[in-house]
Design a protein around this ligand. Structure first.
Ligand code: NAP
Length: 295
C-alpha cells in the first residue's frame, strides 16, 4: 500500500511555483496577486483562508485578505466583488465558502469575473472544464488529479466511483476523471445520498473518491482489494482532550480500509494541502494569462 502524500507533493508544487515567481521577479515583472474574501468568523474558514494567505507569502505571491463582518449585506459583498473585478493589481481571488445564510452564494459566485475566478466556480469556467476547454479547474478535484498523475496511478479504463455530487468536489471530479485523454479516461459512477445500495457500487470500484463529509463512512467491507482510495472529507470532531478542542477526520475508516487499498490519501495531509497548491497554480495561470493579454 502506498500513501498518497499530499503534504509532500503540495510542497513540491509550491517549490516549483516559487521558482517561477523568482524568475518573474528577476525579469522585473509583477508577481501574481491572490485576494481572499472571508465573511464572518467560521472557525474552519478562518483556518483555510489563513493557510492560503500564508502559502502565498511563502512562495513570493502578493496576497490580500478582505475580512468582512458576519452581518455584511449581499449588496456590500457584491460591491467588493465588483471592486476586485476592476482592480488591475489583483490577478485572481476567491470568496471563501460557506457564506452567511442571508447571502445568496450563487449570486456572488456569478458576479466574479471568470478571468479572476481561480476557484473555478463560475459557470463559464465550469462549462469550459466540462467541454475540455482551457479553464480554471476547481482546486480540490484539480489537486486530486494532480496527485494521481504524480504518483502515476492508472485511471484509464478503470471504474471510478465518486461519492458526493457537490459543485465544488464530487461533480467536477466525475467530469475530470471521465475526460478524454491521458491521466483520465476512467469510467465514472457518481453517487449521492439518494443512491441505492452504495456498497454494491463501491465494491466494483478500482478508484473511490469519497467527498460526503461523514466520518468513517467508507468501511473495509465496501472496498475491494487493491482499490485506490481518495478521502476528501474533512470533519472537525469535538474532543475536549485536545488543546484546540477538536480533531480532524476524513470519510474513510483509514485503519481498516488502508489494509485493502493499493493507494490511499491520509486525512490530514492528503487532499487538503493539494487544494491549496492548485489554487496557487491557478493564480499563477491567471497572472500569465493577463500578461499574454497585455495587462
Ligand atoms: P456537500 O456540498 O455537503 O456535499 C456532500 C455530498 O455528499 C452531497 O452530494 C450529498 O448527497 C452526499 N452525501 C451525503 N450523505 C451521503 C450518504 N450517506 N451517502 C451518499 N452520499 C451522501 O459537501 P462538499 O462541499 O462536497 O464537501 C464534502 C466533504 O469534503 C466535506 O467533509 C468537506 O469538508 C470536504 N472538503 C474537503 C476539501 C479539501 O480540500 N480536502 C475541499 C472541499 C470540501 P446529496 O447531493 O443527495 O445531498
Amino acid at each position: 500500500m502506498t500513501i498518497l502524500n499530499g503534504k509532500e507533493t503540495s510542497n513540491k508544487i509550491k517549490e516549483e511555483i516559487a521558482e517561477e515567481v523568482a524568475e518573474i521577479k528577476a525579469r522585473g515583472e509583477k508577481v501574481p496577486h491572490l485576494a481572499a474574501v472571508l465573511v464572518g468568523n467560521d472557525g474552519a474558514s478562518l483556518t483555510y483562508v489563513g493557510s492560503k494567505v500564508r502559502s502565498c507569502n511563502r512562495i513570493g505571491f502578493e496576497s490580500t485578505l478582505k475580512h468582512l463582518p458576519e452581518e455584511t449585506t449581499e449588496e456590500e459583498l457584491l460591491t467588493l466583488v465588483n471592486a476586485l473585478n476592476q482592480d488591475p493589481e489583483i490577478d485572481g481571488y476567491i470568496v471563501q465558502l460557506p457564506l452567511p445564510k442571508h447571502i445568496d452564494e450563487q449570486k456572488v459566485l456569478m458576479a466574479v469575473d471568470p478571468e479572476k475566478d481561480v476557484d473555478g466556480f463560475h459557470p463559464t469556467n465550469f462549462g469550459k472544464m466540462a467541454l475540455d476547454m482551457e479553464s480554471f479547474i476547481p482546486a480540490t478535484p484539480f489537486g486530486i488529479m494532480e496527485l494521481l498523475k504524480r504518483y502515476k496511478v492508472k485511471t484509464e479504463g478503470k471504474h471510478a466511483v465518486v461519492i458526493g455530487r457537490s459543485n465544488i468536489v464530487g461533480r467536477p471530479m466525475s467530469i475530470l476523471l471521465s475526460r478524454k485523454g491521458a491521466g483520465a479516461n476512467a469510467t465514472v459512477t457518481l453517487t449521492h445520498s439518494r443512491t441505492k445500495d452504495i456498497k454494491a457500487i463501491t465494491l466494483q470500484a478500482d478508484i473511490i473518491v469519497s467527498a460526503l463529509g461523514v466520518p468513517g463512512f467508507l468501511k473495509e467491507d465496501m472496498v475491494k482489494d487493491g482499490a485506490v482510495i481518495i478521502d476528501v472529507g474533512i470533519t472537525r470532531v469535538p474532543d475536549t482532550s485536545r488543546e484546540r478542542g477538536y480533531y480532524i477526520t476524513g470519510d474513510v475508516a483509514y485503519d481498516e480500509v488502508s489494509k485493502k487499498a493499493s493507494y490511499i490519501t491520509p486525512v490530514p495531509g492528503g487532499v487538503g494541502p493539494m487544494t491549496i497548491a492548485m489554487l496557487l497554480q491557478n493564480t499563477l495561470l491567471a497572472r500569465k494569462r493577463k500578461l499574454t493579454s497585455g495587462n
